[in-house]
Design a binder for this molecule. Structure first.
Ligand SMILES: [Zn+2]
Length: 337
C-alpha cells in the first residue's frame, strides 16, 4: 500500500459506522413467501489485499461467485438474482478481458445451462435482477429467451451503457443489458419504503421481496430482502461487502479489516474496490444491522462461509438459525478467511 501516491479521496480515514447506530424499521408482518436457493456461478481468486487492508501483500483470496434462484410462491414466478461470471470468459469485452488475469475466473457453464442441467426451463425465469453492473455479476443474460426481463438499480444504465461494441471501452456487452428488456428502478418514480435497515422497493406488492437501495460499491447497487418463511428473511447482498472480515458484526475482532486500498496508477492516487467508499461503508453497516437480527441472514455474492454448509438449487434455504450458526462457527474458527 506504500505506493507514494496521495490519498486524495481520504480512503484511509473512512470506516464502517457502528451497525447499532443504523436506524431500524421493524420488518413487516406477512404470509407471502419466496423460496431462495444458491446457484454457484463461478469462482474468482485475487490478491487478498485488494479486498482486505490487513492482508499480507502477496496472499491470495479465493471467492465463490453466487447466483440465487428465487421462486415467488403466491404467483409461481421464478427470478434469478445475479448471473455470476460469463461463460466462456473469452466473451467478455476487451475492457474486462485485459484485467481478468488478476481474478482468474473459473466458470464451467452459464446460469441458463445450469438451470437446464437441473431440469428447469429458462423460459420459466420471468425476471433477472442484477445487483450491479460488474462483470462477475452480469453473466450471460443473452442466454435467456426474449421473454425474460432484466431489473437493475437506479443509475446503472447511465454508468454501464452504451455497451460493447457500440462503446469500445464498455465493461458490459450491449446484449448484457438490452434496450427494451432492461428495467431500471427509479428513486423518484418507484415506491420505496423503510424496511429493516434500508430503503426497499416491494417488488410483488405483498411484502415478500424488497429490492434494497444499497449504493456505494457502485451507484445503483441493489440488494434483495426476501421473506422465506412468515418470520424468516434472507438478504442477498451482492457486493455490498466482499468478505465478512469487512462488515460482519460477529466476526472475531482481531481478524476484522477495513477495505483494501491500493495504487490507482492511472488516476495518480490511492483507490479501492468501491466507487464511493463512504457510501459503501454505510451500506455495509446496513447489511450488518440486518445480520444482527436473529431471523435474518445476510449472504453476499462472494459468500465463502456457507460453502458446503448450505443446500444448493434446487434445494432452497429454509432454516435461518442453522445458516447463521454455520456462519458463526466458521467465523469463530477463522475458516474461509
Ligand atoms: Zn463481485
Amino acid at each position: 500500500m506504500d505506493s507514494g501516491l496521495p490519498d486524495r479521496l481520504g480512503l484511509l480515514d473512512l470506516s464502517m459506522p457502528d451497525p447499532k447506530s443504523v436506524e431500524w424499521t421493524a420488518l413487516p408482518e406477512g404470509t407471502a413467501v419466496c423460496n431462495v436457493a444458491i446457484l454457484p456461478a463461478g469462482e474468482l481468486s485475487c490478491t487478498r489485499s485488494l479486498i482486505l487492508r490487513s492482508a499480507e501483500p502477496d496472499a491470495k483470496l479465493r471467492m465463490p461467485d453466487a447466483a440465487f434462484v428465487i421462486e415467488h410462491e403466491p404467483s409461481g414466478e421464478r427470478l434469478v438474482f445475479d448471473l455470476g461470471c460469463k461463460c466462456p470468459v473469452s466473451d467478455y469485452p476487451p475492457a474486462v478481458k485485459q484485467g481478468l488475469a488478476n481474478w482468474d475466473p473459473q466458470v464451467d457453464a452459464t446460469v441458463v445451462d445450469k438451470l437446464k442441467q437441473r431440469g428447469v426451463d429458462p423460459a420459466s425465469v420471468k425476471r433477472v435482477i442484477l445487483s450491479h453492473k460488474h462483470w462477475d455479476h452480469v453473466g450471460n443474460f443473452d442466454a435467456f429467451p426474449e421473454s425474460t426481463q432484466l431489473i437493475v438499480g437506479p443509475g446503472t444504465k447511465a454508468a454501464a451503457l452504451p455497451g460493447y461494441p457500440a462503446n469500445e471501452n464498455a465493461t458490459v456487452l450491449e446484449t448484457d443489458m438490452p434496450e427494451g428488456r432492461t428495467r431500471e428502478l427509479s428513486r423518484e418514480s418507484d415506491a420505496w419504503v423503510d424496511v429493516g435497515a434500508a430503503r426497499g422497493h416491494d417488488l410483488f406488492g405483498d411484502k415478500s421481496l424488497y429490492l434494497l437501495d444499497m449504493p456505494g460499491h457502485t451507484d445503483g447497487h441493489i440488494a434483495a430482502l426476501v421473506r422465506i418463511a412468515p418470520d424468516s428473511w434472507v438478504v442477498l447482498g451482492g457486493d455490498t461487502g466482499h468478505h465478512r472480515a469487512l462488515w460482519s458484526p460477529t466476526y472475531p475482532e482481531a481478524w476484522r479489516s477495513p477495505v483494501g486500498v491500493f495504487a490507482n496508477k492511472s488516476e495518480g492516487r490511492l483507490g479501492c474496490m468501491h466507487d464511493d467508499l463512504k457510501l459503501a461503508y454505510q451500506s455495509m453497516a446496513k447489511a450488518a444491522r440486518f445480520d444482527l437480527e436473529p431471523n435474518v441472514v445476510v449472504l453476499m455474492a462472494h459468500e465463502s462461509f456457507l460453502e458446503g454448509g448450505a443446500p444448493e438449487f434446487p434445494d432452497h434455504l429454509t432454516d435461518v438459525a442453522a445458516l447463521k450458526a454455520t456462519i458463526r462457527k466458521r467465523e469463530a474458527a477463522g475458516d474461509a478467511q
